[in-house]
Design a protein around this ligand. Structure first.
Ligand code: SAH
Length: 334
């Protein structure tokens, strides 16, 4: 569907249209990408980060956090276990940790691709040559949220970073033939509804294959400790509008949504989302990957998470996909 910027702003501002929006997004999701939910096995393999993003608990200036790194051979073991449980996609996510050289990441990619799964990387800003090396070694998808397209807000939230480099990363990833994943944080301090509308229009302009939208949750060990928590409904509205405007893409029901609402992922799945990313590492690491507080499932093991989300998905009449779950938007381009 086509919406002008003004129409998007109007829908975001008008809560009397919420039921219409969520129901329509659910229908568009059904009509374009079907009732299958794609599960991605998420491995958060390092919480070491050189950046200082103001909202993120992994920021380098947080001296309280207990830092960890999972060795490549153990990362591959977690992936093997996830594949045995039926996962068809593995997502590797971390802070920007230079311990993992290009060679190390390529070693991990090789080990995981030998398991016959799709592989998504979410390891931050890299050079074209690094993205190329990962792609040539077998990585299929790359996730890097733009976080916000508002230049001033981006600058305020990301000391020593440059939004144009973030855009460059996304263009490189697209040029290299990855499935492109991006997205935004909703509810950052001083973020306007207009800026959220611009984020949605950016996802379209970029031609994103996957878009993840999550509410901002203040972390106590960050400069935004006292900021207001993002609004669940607004995040859901941004997600639902993204489904209407980009009907063929993959949209995760994000973990941050479930942190703000006990039924958040199911609500998201009924409002346009078609992907869930359960954690497939063991409990020793889960609490430590604290990008925001009160993360869900920190005391659960991979089997428990898989069974729990599987039962929830079935309870709303949806099925769990048995294929790699490539974005229909991406397939349409090929
Ligand atoms: N270093 C990688 C992965 C970042 S963590 C990268 O730069 O892409 C994944 C996502 O967590 C981020 O993109 C951000 O949108 C989200 N996040 C970070 N801090 C958050 C917070 N306080 N509340 C909600 N989401 C947060």
């Amino acid at each position: 569907m086509q919406f002008t910027r003004d129409e998007i702003i109007e829908i975001l501002n008008d809560d009397s249209k919420n039921d219409w929006l969520f129901t329509l997004a659910d229908k568009v999701r059904h009509d374009y990408v079907g009732d299958e939910v794609h599960l991605r096995g998420l491995i958060e393999f390092s919480n070491v980060c050189k950046r200082q993003c103001k909202y993120c608990g992994l920021r380098s200036e947080n001296k309280v956090i207990d830092r960890y790194r999972i060795e490549p051979s153990d990362i591959i073991k977690y992936a093997e276990n996830a594949v045995k449980m039926g996962y068809k996609t593995i997502v590797l996510q971390s802070g920007e940790d230079e311990y993992y050289s290009v060679d190390k990441i390529c070693e991990i990619i090789k080990g995981i691709k030998a398991l016959d799964v799709a592989l998504t990387l979410s390891i931050g800003e890299k050079s074209y040559d690094e993205y190329k090396a990962f792609k040539d070694t077998g990585a299929d998808r790359y996730l890097i949220r733009i976080e916000t397209t508002d230049r001033n807000l981006y600058k305020a939230m990301h000391p020593n970073m440059d939004i144009d480099n973030r855009f460059r990363c996304l263009e490189d990833i697209k040029t290299l033939g990855y499935e492109v994943g991006t997205g935004s944080l909703v509810g950052l301090p001083n973020q306007t509804i207009e800026a959220l509308a611009d984020d949605i229009l950016f996802f379209k302009k970029l031609g994103a294959d996957m878009v993840g939208i999550g509410p901002f949750i203040p972390h106590p060990q960050t400069p935004l400790a006292d900021a207001d928590t993002g609004n669940f409904e607004i995040a859901l509205k941004v997600m639902a509008l993204t489904r209407l405007i980009l009907p063929e893409i993959n949209i995760p029901a994000t973990t941050a949504m479930e942190t703000l609402n006990a039924n958040g992922r199911i609500i998201a799945l009924k409002s346009g989302a078609n992907v869930v990313m359960p954690n497939v590492t063991t409990t020793e690491y889960r609490a430590k990957y604290e990008i925001y507080p009160n993360k869900i499932c920190i005391n659960e093991n991979p089997e428990q998470c898989r069974n729990c989300i599987g039962a929830k998905i079935k309870s709303i009449g949806r099925t769990i996909s048995q294929n790699y779950g490539k974005s229909r938007h991406f397939r349409s381009k090929q």
